[in-house]
Design a protein around this ligand. Structure first.
Ligand code: GLP
Length: 244
């Protein structure tokens, strides 16, 4: 779906999420959301906060799993995705703290494999992800699944692509400060979500959006694996959709 601008598009995505949360609540069921960070979803979170404040949208039945986190990373660091999620969403809604899951950038190296195994298990125990939000990196990454990530990859520690580290440089006041690694849900983990909504804004994403939607499915652009999922919605502004 191509919208005139990212504001309209974000409002539509937030409305869809709110509807799902309410439908689940009406059934007495939890709503399991897979959440993304980065600039793409910020307006969606702002709109969800507005719906909470002005429209009585409750997050009491929401269980969330974030896609990724830099490694290593302290949760109170400026660049931490824990901090990002608190600032944009969690501090402003009534989600139960015990229902929030974000890959832990402080896990000691020898415990990373066990942490990742447990993260997958927690997703399964929650009943699987109902709706997964995604952005896309210029390398074609989803989460931090860089080129080379296969379709059955699971939650793990990865090495960031240099393009991704360049793109993150301004957040870290220089590329040399960007962590070399990150924890991310795998492509296989993402593909198990019932529904996936990928958002991309601006001309900088137009080329990778074209490769994702029209290109051959391959691990050189991990987002192309979304072509094999039965319920993916790609939400774009006009600039991001310009090359389709
Ligand atoms: C970041 C995140 C991804 C995100 C992507 C795009 O590195 N790890 O989950 O989707 O890059 O970021 P942005 O939305 O800021 O363009």
């Amino acid at each position: 779906t191509v919208y005139a601008d990212s504001e309209l598009a974000s409002a539509a995505v937030a409305g869809q999420i709110a509807e799902l949360i309410r439908a689940r609540a009406a059934e007495g069921q939890p709503c399991v959301l897979g959440l993304a960070t980065g600039s793409s979803p910020t307006r969606v979170y702002e709109e969800l906060v507005r719906l909470h404040r002005e429209d009585g949208l409750s997050f009491q039945n929401v269980i969330s799993f974030n896609l990724d986190e830099y490694y290593p990373m302290q949760p109170d660091s400026l660049q931490s995705y824990v901090r990002f999620m608190r600032e944009y969403l969690f501090d402003h809604v009534d989600i139960k703290p015990e229902n929030v899951h974000i890959p832990d950038g402080t896990v000691p190296p020898e415990q990373v494999a066990e942490f990742c195994r447990r993260y997958e298990e927690q997703i399964r125990e929650a009943g699987g992800i109902d709706l997964q939000l995604l952005g896309i990196g210029r390398t074609g990454h989803i989460g931090f699944n860089e080129p080379g990530s296969g379709p059955v990859s699971r939650t793990r520690l990865i090495t960031l692509d240099h393009v991704t580290r360049t793109d993150a440089a301004s957040d870290f006041y220089g590329e040399e400060n960007v962590p070399r690694r990150a924890l991310t849900m795998g492509v296989g983990t993402i593909l198990e979500a019932q529904k996936i909504v990928l958002m991309a804004w601006g001309e900088g994403k137009a080329a990778v959006v074209k490769r994702m939607v029209e290109g051959e499915v391959s691990d050189s652009v991990p987002a192309t694996y979304l072509q094999r999922h039965p319920a993916v919605q790609v939400v774009l502004d006009e600039a991001a959709g310009a090359e389709l």
